[in-house]
Structure formats: C-alpha cells, structure tokens
Ligand binder design. Structure first.
Ligand code: TPP
Ligand code: MG
Length: 298
C-alpha cells in the first residue's frame, strides 16, 4: 500500500471537486489528506455495506468545511452511494455531497458539522453515550484551530476530562492558519497546556509523516483519558503559491494553482481519474473491517 499516492488521490479529487463547484475549502482538504488516509485505512472500524452499523467507530468532522476530503475518501473506500458523479455534484442541490457534512444525507457521515466547535462538543456526548451503553467503539473527531476557539468546545473539553472519556481521540489540524490569516492575530492560547489542564492526554505528530501519524494513533488507543493529537500540518499542502496561506482556506485554487498542485504531487492523471492500482489499494482498505463487523452485527 503506497500511502503517499493514496493520500494524493484524495487530495486531487477534493481540489477538482471544489474547482468544478466553484466553491469550497481546499486548504483543510489538502492539509488533512495524509492524516485522514492513515485514519481511514488503518484505524477506523466501519462497514461500507452497512454504514449505520451500531458499533462502528464514529468520525466527527468538526472542521466540516473540509467535507470534500471526507467525500473523496468515501468514494475511494467504496461506499456504494458515493459515486464519482456525486463528487462532481459537490455543493449542488439534491446531491449527497453538501458543503458541510450532513447526518442523514450522506451514508457514513455521523454528524452535521458547520458551526465550528459543535462537532467536538457533540463528540464528547457521543463518547459519553458509548460509555453508558458499554460499547467498544471509539469516537474520532477532527478539529481545526477555529473549533478550539469556540466557547462550546471549551465547556465540552472540560467535561471529557472530568469523565475520563478514553474512547475519544481528537485530531487537531494545527496549521496555525484560519480564515483571516495566522492564528497569532486572534489567540495566544497554549492549546496543549489547556487540554492537559482539563485532564487530557496530549500527543503530537507531524501531520505529513505517515509513520508518525500511525505511531500517534497507536499510542492513543490505550489511554485512561481522552486524547488530543496535535497534528502539525500545512494548510493547502502541495499548492505552489497558496500552501501555508489563508488564501487557500475557503476559495477554489484556480486553474493555474491547480495545475501547479498536480505537478508538485507528481499526479499526471486527468481530473476525476484514479489509476487502477491506487483505487484497488483504497478499495481493499474499504473492506478491511467488513467481516468482523458482520460477525458482531447487532
Ligand atoms: C461558529 C462559527 N463561526 C464562524 C464560522 C465561519 N468559519 C468557517 S471556517 C472558519 C475558520 C476556521 O479556521 P480553521 O478551523 O483553522 O480552519 P482552516 O483555515 O485551518 O481550514 C470560519 C471563521 C463557522 N463555520 N462557525
Ligand atoms: Mg487552521
């Protein structure tokens, strides 16, 4: 399995979807593709044929403006309803690929995100519910800098620490950029110390190093507390002039920048075309946890 190529497939699909829709958020999609590739091909337990399987791991995309990345990954993994046609209809009325993930519209989506901070707050509730019901699944939640600036996130983080919700793993897309520029213009909070103060375990990784991401996720599996993984990432990873800048937060890259991205990633294939060997690696990963799921179906 060539993770780099697999992640780049998700990157290119996302960037092309946004370009075609003439709207969307390429920065987070390009920046989190490596993390999401490791998470969905090596850690998440799910069943593409039965996305609502009760004891699946939950994924909450709190920074849900990056939805194009999740839809790309669902297509690559082989979720039956997530077709290439749906990717091409990103943000169109009646599609299952709305601008932000919507519970009940897209099979596999566990939470409607959009208002920053709500996702992490609800993932605390989902982790508590799993504990009460004595379920073994985990709750994975990704957050952006913006989510952690919201009051509702702070209240929920404190409760998760109090209740020692060790089934909750939060991946922080720590790119030091938000919609308006660097995070330094709006915050001096030491986020790691803040989580530790609330009783969390805090780990870190290079969000573009596959081995390091896997190591951190492995470490997070066995904890007596909720875990924050501080993933250092570059917003718009691979984009020639916009990477690392807020200009790729919420607007299509544009034809020239997209061509540069394609060149930087070494991706010679046409839009919406994934080479067979890369697609089959993804499809194999999509079936990775299907059989045990069916055995324990409840
Ligand atoms: C409560 C709330 N306020 C404002 C917004 C508008 N908004 C969407 S994304 C964003 C910036 C988020 O920054 P970050 O989480 O760091 O995302 P990145 O730029 O790294 O993709 C803002 C202000 C929102 N979605 N929800
Ligand atoms: Mg950010």
């Amino acid at each position: 399995m060539e993770l780099k190529q697999m992640a780049n497939a998700a990157r290119m699909l996302s960037a092309e979807m946004i370009e075609k829709a003439k709207s969307g958020h390429p920065g987070v999609a390009l920046g989190m593709a490596d993390i999401m590739t490791v998470l969905w091909t090596k850690f998440m337990h799910f069943d593409i044929q039965n996305p609502a399987w009760e004891n699946r791991d939950r994924f909450v995309f709190s920074n849900g403006h990056g939805s194009s990345l999740l839809y790309s990954i669902f297509y690559l993994l082989g979720f039956p309803k997530m077709t290439l046609d749906q990717l091409k209809k990103f943000r169109q009325l009646g599609s299952i690929t709305p601008g932000h993930p919507e519970l009940g519209i897209t099979p596999g989506v566990d939470f409607s995100a959009g208002p920053l901070g709500q996702g992490i707050a609800s993932s605390v509730g989902m982790a508590l519910a799993a504990k009460i019901q004595k379920k073994s699944h985990k709750i994975y939640c990704s957050v952006g800098d913006g989510c952690l600036m919201e009051g509702v996130a702070g209240e929920a983080i404190a409760l998760a620490g109090l209740w020692k919700l060790n089934n909750l793993i939060v991946l922080w897309d720590d790119n030091e950029i938000t919609i308006d520029g660097g995070t330094n213009i709006s915050s001096v909070t030491n986020m790691k110390m803040r989580f530790e103060a609330d009783g969390w375990r805090v780990l870190g990784c290079d969000g573009h190093d596959f081995d390091d991401i896997e190591r951190a996720l492995n470490e997070a599996q066995n904890s007596d507390r909720p875990t924050l993984i501080d993933c250092k990432t570059i917003i718009g990873f691979g984009a020639p002039t916009k990477a690392g800048k807020s200009s790729c937060h919420g607007a299509p890259l544009g034809a020239e920048e997209l061509a540069g991205l394609r060149q930087n990633l070494g991706w010679p294939y046409p839009a919406f075309e994934i080479p067979e060997n890369i697609l089959s690696d993804w499809r194999r990963a999509g079936l990775r946890t299907t059989s045990p799921h069916l055995k324990t179906l409840q």
